[in-house]
Design a protein around this ligand. Structure first.
Ligand code: S3P
Length: 189
């Protein structure tokens, strides 16, 4: 019997990856992982501390290790950090080991969802809006290049986004099974 395909969520800060990932995993009765939480658990400290002590480069190294490890699991839902797609190896592993869903949103929504948060070192700056715009400009092509599906979360409830992901992954699985060798159509998506 084939293993269930993994579902990997990518996208910028404040797009709802963790909330949507948790809801999606609960509905599909799958295990859920959030790469940022795994990094924090392993290290015993939070992300701002890692950025302070090891710099962004140290954080990216930890992130790459965690992504390589977790993407080897089967039948899981994984929410990745917003910068995970910057590393070419992460992009390749995500693409090779699961169905990648890009959760997209507007910078306005990102700002709303992150404005009171102190746990994102890249936004502790004079102009977070400008920072979010720059990051999106740089990373949007990478999210698109990595993703199988793009789903907007803009002004939508997690339940509605999850319903769309389930519908579209089912359709995607059906088209893959019709057009090529692997039969994904029997999976619980
Ligand atoms: C980052 C996004 C964060 C976290 C870290 C760096 C980024 O994750 O990994 O602060 O580079 O965009 P979220 O996207 O879950 O906020």
């Amino acid at each position: 019997m084939q293993a269930l395909p993994n579902l990997f969520l990518v996208g910028p800060m404040g797009t709802g990856k963790s909330t949507i990932g948790r809801t999606l995993a609960a509905e599909l009765q799958r295990d859920f992982f959030d790469s940022d939480h795994v990094i924090e658990q392993r290290c015993g400290c939070n992300i701002p501390w890692i950025f302070d002590v090891e710099g962004e480069a140290g954080f990216r190294l930890r992130e790459a290790q965690v992504i390589d490890e977790i993407t080897r699991y089967q039948g899981i839902v994984l929410a990745t950090g917003g910068g995970a797609v910057m590393h070419p190896t992460n992009r390749r592993l995500l693409r090779e080991r699961g169905v990648v869903i890009y959760l997209s949103t507007t910078v306005e929504q990102q700002l709303k969802r992150t404005s009171r948060d102190r746990n994102r070192p890249l936004l502790q700056c004079a102009d977070p809006e400008q920072r979010l715009r720059e990051l999106l400009e740089m990373r949007d092509p990478l999210y698109r290049d990595t993703a199988t599906l793009i789903v907007s979360t803009d002004r939508r409830s997690p339940r509605s986004v999850v319903a769309e992901i389930r519908r579209r992954t089912r359709r995607y699985a059906g088209s893959v099974s019709r057009s090529c060798c692997s039969d994904l159509s029997g999976y619980s998506l």
